[in-house]
Design a protein around this ligand. Sequence first.
Ligand code: C5P
Length: 218
Amino acid sequence: MSIPVLTIDGPSGAGKGTVSRAVAKKLGWNYLDSGAIYRAVAIHALNKQCILEHGDVVAHYANKMDLSFECGDTLIVRLEGVDITAQLPTEEVGAVASQIAAHPEVRAVLLRKQQNFQQAPGLVADGRDMGTVVFAEADFKVFLTASAEERGLRRFKQLQEKGMEADLEKITQDIELRDRRDSERKNSPLIPADDALYLDSSDLSIDEVIARVLALVN
Ligand code: C5P
């Protein structure tokens, strides 16, 4: 029997991370934050002073980068041995991640790295193309969204909680721009899989969303 996979795709700020982590914990499954991989590639490309428009060059560095995830109470991400956890959530890194994520060469390099996370007893995979491309054969698929205002507000609160500077209007604008780029790109655009459960979380509490996702798996 193959190892079960639950995919949770959707735009930024829809609550994918919080829901995926909670569901993975409840099920005792592994968790893949694919956005963190794209964000790490973005930081690596900036460190290497790559021209971001050159997909082949960014893909070359993405292929060779030494990236590790340490899963404890909190997730620690190391790039070339350096802890980059604190740099990952910023909207600046998100914007560069969205830029380099549009290159097919970069996506090809990251495909296998993401698929390697499918380990027993199961996997919850969060991203944009988990249910459509990376785990197209997944047993359970969710597309989680919310209004742009609500998503902007959630991202704003998240950054504030982390003690980072945040401007609500700018965050909402940045999120809308990033979503447009993610949805309109040719390769692996952000679209719901045909067989995904579509959940709009604008008027749902996080606990309600978690309960609906768990009901799907159980
Ligand atoms: O989910 P997160 O906001 O961390 O993702 C950052 C960016 O990485 C997204 O805006 C998107 O462009 C890219 N990404 C992607 N495919 C994924 C996960 C993230 O293209 N599966």
